[in-house]
Design a binder for this molecule. Sequence first.
Ligand SMILES: [Zn+2]
Ligand SMILES: [Zn+2]
Length: 266
Amino acid sequence: MRFAVLGSGSGGNAAVVEAGGTRILVDAGLSARQITRRLGLMGIAPESIDAILLTHEHGDHIRGLRVLLKSVAAPIYATPATSHVVRDQLGVASWKIFESGAGFSVGGLAIESFAVPHDAVEPVGFVFRTEQRAIGLVSDSGHVTARVTEALRGVDSLFVEANYDDALLEADTKRPWSTKQRISSRHGHLSNAQAAELVAELAKDGLRHVVLGHLSRDCNNPEVALAAIRGKVEEVACACQDEPCGWHDGPSAPCEIRFGRDELFG
Ligand SMILES: [Zn+2]
Ligand SMILES: [Zn+2]
C-alpha cells in the first residue's frame, strides 16, 4: 500500500491511495483537469480509479468532482449528510453511503472512518489498512479529539493537516479577526503545534512517517511546519499545493519526485 498527495492547501485537496491493484481518490478539490494531469504524473489512468472518498463538502475538497465524473465512473463514498449536500451539485453519480465512524472496504482494502471536528455537515478522516500497513489521513480538523487519536493509533504513516503557525496567524494582516477566529476555533483547522502533539502521541504506537498538508500560504510555510514535527518521527515531508509529491511507500521512501511547472500547467 502506498499513497500520494496530488495537491493540498486551501486552493484544493486530493490524494490517492493504492493497494493491491485498488486505487482510491480521497477528495477532488483540485480542478478535474489538474486531478487528471497529476494522476497521469503518478502513472494512474483516471478510469482505473475504483472509488472516490469524500472527507467533507467544502469547495477545496470537491471542486473538481462534477467534471471529473465525466471521465471517472467510480462510486462516491460519503457520509449521509455530506452526500446530501454534495448530491445537488453533481449530475448522475453513483453513491455509497457509510455512517461516520463505520468501516467499509473497497476492492479488499479495509477503510475505517472517524468523525473530525470541523465546520462542515459531517466531516470525517480515514484509516486505510492492510495486513502489513496502516495509513491515516486527517485534515480540516479544528482540534484533536480523543476519538481522532484513538482512530489513528497504530498507523505507521499519517497525512495530517498543519494549517497554520500560531505566531504567523496572529501576525497576519490580510485576514480579519473573525476569519482568524474561525481558523483557530475548535471547528477550524489544525495548527502546527496541534499536529505536532498528535504526531508525538501516535509515535508511541508505531507512527514513523508523516506528510504535512493543507498549509496556509500566508500563515505557515514548509520550513516552520517541518521544524514543528521534525525529531518526533523518523521522517516528515510536506505536501504542496501546486504539484504532487512522489509516492509515499513507507518510512524509508522519502518524497523526492518534483515536477516542473510546464508538466503541471502546460
Ligand atoms: Zn474544510
Ligand atoms: Zn480544506
